[in-house]
Each structure stands twice: as C-alpha cells, then as structure tokens.
Design a protein around this ligand. Structure first.
Ligand SMILES: [Mn+2]
Length: 426
C-alpha cells in the first residue's frame, strides 16, 4: 500500500481551518516573545529520524510474542511501511537495517523502492548477540570480547560484512551493540574482556570506508546480569577514542540505570565531539523500549535542550544518526512509531523555544529561579500547532494518527499481506 498526496490532502481538509486558527494564535504569541517561528518550523521540517527495520512488526519479550496482523514479512514490505510513516509524518525519511535479518536479495530493486518513497539508508546494525544457523562459532560466551580468537574473528568478519552490505545501499555508519559480559562473578576477567573488545573494534575500524563512522553503543545490563563489557558512556567513549576520529559513542535512552542524568551525558559527549548517534525510546524500569515520551516527557525535553545546545555550540561534533529503538507487544507498531515521532518533534520544538541568550544571562547571575522559569515556560508551551504546520508545509498529515486511522491502513495491509505474516527480527 502507498499513501498518495491526495489521500493526505483529503484527510487534512476537515481540520485545516481549526489548525490555521491555533497556529495563528500560537505563532503570534511566540513572535511577541521574540521566537523565530519560521526558523523553528524549518528545523522541524529538516529533522528526520530513522525507523529501525525491527520495529515494524510486534516486538516480543522473553515470555512471548503476540503478533500483529499484516506485519511486513520481507525487507521490501518493511521499507513500504516506513514509506507510510514518512508520507504521513514527513519525519521518518530513513530506515536502519539490522543484519542478518535484512540482507537484500536484490540491491538495485531495494534502492529503487526506497528512492521512490524518499527513504534513505541510515546506520546499519550488526548482530553478534544471536547465533545464526550454520555459524561455525557460538556467541554464547561473548563475541568481540570472547576468550576464543576464532569467535572474535567470526564476529569481526560479520561486522565487516555488514559494512559491505550497508555500503552498497548508501549507508554511512555502522552501529555496534554488544551483549558481551558475564552473568556470574568470576566468569570473566574484566581487563581481558575489555582489551579483546578494543582490539576487535580496531580491526573493524580498519575496514570502515573513509566517509563512514562507527557508533559504539553501551548498556549497563541485560542479557548479562553481572557485568557488561561496554556498560556505560565512559567505556564507550574510551573505546571510540582508542579506535580513532571516525568512532563515536551512541546514546540509547533505555540503556541507563534508573535516574541517570542522560542530558548531562549527552552534553559532555558533544563537548568532546564524540556523540555520533542517538536512540529514542522510553522506560520506567530498564530497557523497556516503550513509546518515546510516554513515561518521562520532561526528561526528553531536557535531553533535547542539551542536544540543541550542542548542535549550535559544538561544531566539531558530527551530525547525529537519529533512530527510534523501541519495539513491543500491545500497540499497532505503525501507530506506536507515529506517536514516537510526534513526541520527538515535540521535545525538539520545545527545546528550540528556549532563549539560550536569556538562559545564559540567568546562569551568569546565578538566578536559579529564572533559569527554571525559562526552561519550564518552554516545556509548558503547547507546540503541537508548530509540528502540524511543519508537516503541512512538507506535504504530511495535520494529524498522522487520525489520518492513519481514517485511511484504514492496517486493514489494507492485512488485505494485502494476510493475517499471519511475521516480521523477521526479535
Ligand atoms: Mn539501541
């Protein structure tokens, strides 16, 4: 199924007038406060977030997986689903593939489908946390950190293969997330595991094309519950520095212990020009992979405040690879992604409302109350008419969720694909 422009225009008609009234009211009041409304709308239009191929089907937990009807069962269908999201939101102009779940059969055909839907190929993700059928070595006791050289070599070669696949599609970065670690004290030698990982990452780094970057993701626990080799941003930062200029840290919102100050991590990494990628999701307890902004929208806003500050003040930090990394059981995955995209844009727009000059002056005066007032005034502003206006100008839907439902997208996908298709992945 492909959503055409006239479908979207039809769905926008009903709410066009009330949108115009709300937008006029908001943009007038923001302009009086000195905000550059048009500048913010342009930034929202430019902001694109990659959709991971594994989020398009129902996610699972270790207790079970409840599939959703009409799931995409091939890479082509996954890209079509991203095309639906992008047509409605104009924010999902990229897809992030996971290898070996998404190895293209026909590269030219896949690229043509993506081009036709205005979708780029963002970071490619390697997978050394599962054993593949017919693999010679097992990752049961780790991959890049393994005590066995043969296992490490297999994992290094897999990452090089992923780079090669991504290169043929036009990707420019490799994301490495390792499950490596230990479940029991004494199982691993911490120093050896980290040194093996560093040496292996350096081997992969040697295979990066010049215009590529390597993004090193960290996570404190799970699937290992005693120690994880790349457990935190400091370890990721250390490994990125050891590899070289094209290696960066990647922050995933769900990969922190409860109450970690993620905005401070983001800020410090950007000041050192080492933040390369960002994964959005939300969580209550751990790596819950819930819809972005569903649990802690204020924390997301504070993180965006640091991201905006970094994008404006840390020119040496590269453009970030933005991706949603969430997947679960109880919502239609496309509706879930639409809600995540909206929450991301909302936090971004609110952060753009912060008057950085005024905030800096208040900080210099140690006017703590004023600092809080500035942040919370931005956070409490209902920016949704700005998001809708940005989408409207880009050809998207005023309300992507309403349009998705009005167009009966899921039932059309079920008609096309059948009920019991299963997406490859987790
Ligand atoms: Mn992630």
């Amino acid at each position: 199924m492909k959503i055409e422009q006239n479908h979207i225009q039809d769905s926008n008609k009903k709410s066009l007038q009330s949108h115009q009234e709300q937008f006029d009211f908001l943009s007038n009041s923001l302009a009086k406060k000195g905000a550059d409304v048009q500048g913010i709308i342009n930034k929202l239009k430019d902001f694109q977030v990659a959709i991971p191929s594994w989020a398009l089907g129902a996610g699972g937990t270790r207790f079970g997986r409840f599939s959703f009807y009409g799931e995409p069962s091939s890479l082509e269908q996954k890209i079509h689903d991203v095309g639906i999201l992008h047509a409605l939101t104009q924010t999902a102009g990229a897809v992030s593939l996971h290898i070996p779940w998404d190895i293209p059969q026909d590269y030219a055909a896949i690229k043509e489908i993506a081009n036709g839907l205005n979708i780029k190929f963002d970071a490619v993700n390697s997978n050394t946390f599962q054993d593949q059928k017919d693999a010679k070595e097992t990752y049961k006791y780790g991959s890049l950190s393994n005590t066995s050289e043969a296992v490490r070599q297999q994992a290094i070669q897999h990452n090089l293969d992923v780079i090669n696949i991504g290169d043929k599609l036009g990707s420019k970065s490799l994301t490495v997330w390792l499950a490596d670690g230990s479940c029991f004290p004494g199982q691993n030698n911490f120093q050896t595991a980290l040194q093996n990982t560093e040496n292996s990452l350096k081997e992969i780094y040697k295979g990066l094309p010049n215009d590529w970057s390597m993004l090193i993701e960290y996570k404190p626990y799970e699937p290992n519950f005693y120690s994880t080799v790349i457990q935190d941003w400091g370890t990721s930062f250390m490994l990125a520095n050891a590899c070289g200029d094209k290696a960066y840290s990647l922050v995933d919102l769900g990969h922190h212990l409860p109450n970690s100050n993620i905005e401070q991590i983001v800020s410090i990494l950007m000041s050192k020009a080492k933040l390369g990628g960002f994964h959005f999701n939300d969580s209550k307890y751990g790596d819950d992979d819930l819809t972005v902004g569903s649990i802690k929208p204020y924390a997301l806003f504070l993180i965006f405040n640091e991201l905006v500050y970094g994008m404006q003040n840390n020119p040496d930090n590269p453009d970030l690879a933005w991706m949603i990394d969430a997947s679960h059981n109880v919502k239609d995955p496309l509706e879930d992604l639409i809600q995540s995209l909206e929450a991301i844009q909302e936090a971004y727009a609110k952060a753009l409302l912060i008057d950085q000059t005024e905030l800096k002056a208040a900080q210099l005066n140690n006017d703590v109350v004023k600092c809080q007032e500035i942040l919370q005034d931005a956070f409490r502003t209902d920016v949704r008419p700005l998001l809708a206006e940005a989408r409207l100008k880009a050809g998207g839907a005023l309300s992507p969720i309403n349009a998705y439902r009005a167009l009966d997208v899921r039932n059309q996908l079920i008609d096309e694909r059948g009920k019991h298709t299963v997406a490859t992945g987790l």
